[in-house]
Design a protein around this ligand. Sequence first.
Ligand code: ATP
Ligand code: MG
Length: 301
Amino acid sequence: MDQAANLRKMVASQARSTKPQPTLIGGGAPSLERSAHFIAIASGKGGVGKTNFAINLGILLAKAGKRVLIMDMDLGLANVNVILGMIPKFNLYHVIKGQKKMSEIISESPYGVRIIAGASGFSKLADLAEEERTRFMDEISGISDYDYVIIDTGAGVSRNVLSFVLAADEAIIITTPEPTAITDAYGIIKAISTEVGQSIIKLVVNCVSSVSDGRQVAERVIGIAGQFLNIRVENLGFIYYDQAVLASVMKQKPYVLAEPTSRAAECIDHIARKLLGMPPVSNSGGFSGFIRNLLSANKED
Ligand SMILES: Nc1ncnc2c1ncn2[C@@H]1O[C@H](COP(=O)(O)OP(=O)(O)OP(=O)(O)O)[C@@H](O)[C@H]1O
Ligand SMILES: [Mg+2]
């Protein structure tokens, strides 16, 4: 490292030391500053739909007028950019290696959200060294100018995933109705609950076949977490198993845009509204559907 770089590093570390130090939670993960609301998306089992959920949720929040950044923190198998059909020039590899600042690798997507692309194919990054992780979390803490920062993590309870989950304002755990996914969801909730600091854990059941399927799985996970871990998990909702999701992945266009009338899109719209504290929209009639139809009919008059 040249002298100028050394100096910059020294100045940066002095500037940091005059700022209030981040609190340490979870045995070493610095908490993120609260300018943006950080949501970590995690799961026990892999392949349950985290990345698709993170992207489509982010797009809906952006459509609701929120400034949204999606960070691909799956350091083993990054693919947020693949699902969005983007090939960003820089990604987390450059930040981890100290070549770029986090703010320099943010890419604008065509869909109203910005992304930070992950570092795919570098297996030795899959578990960062303590120093790299600290630098990394420092960089993340510097992110402001967003209403929501959605962190897509890799599957399982690695140290990295737990750091991101614990440092976020809330964690959304994704499971499917498969018994292995349910068991692993319980496993990650347990891992989170044994660390201090994470107050809000929410659950989404993906790939359900019916409303009662989704409800039963949620009740089971939430019930066991309450009974054995004494931890409250909020039921955020469910998403149907839907071919539209698979088709949209093939098209590399998120399903809320490629297949906006699909059942999966309707479900995630419901979830986004719940997160935003907005009332759900009923597309299948009911009282709110009646009012909506009435209002739109009046508009056309
Ligand atoms: N609701 C759904 N209906 C049908 N297929 C789905 C649904 N959600 C996700 N999938 C499919 O499941 C696969 C895995 O999805 P995704 O990549 O989002 O999972 P992940 O949890 O991020 O995986 P990983 O743990 O490897 O990061 C994708 O091929 C996707 O098309
Ligand atoms: Mg993923």
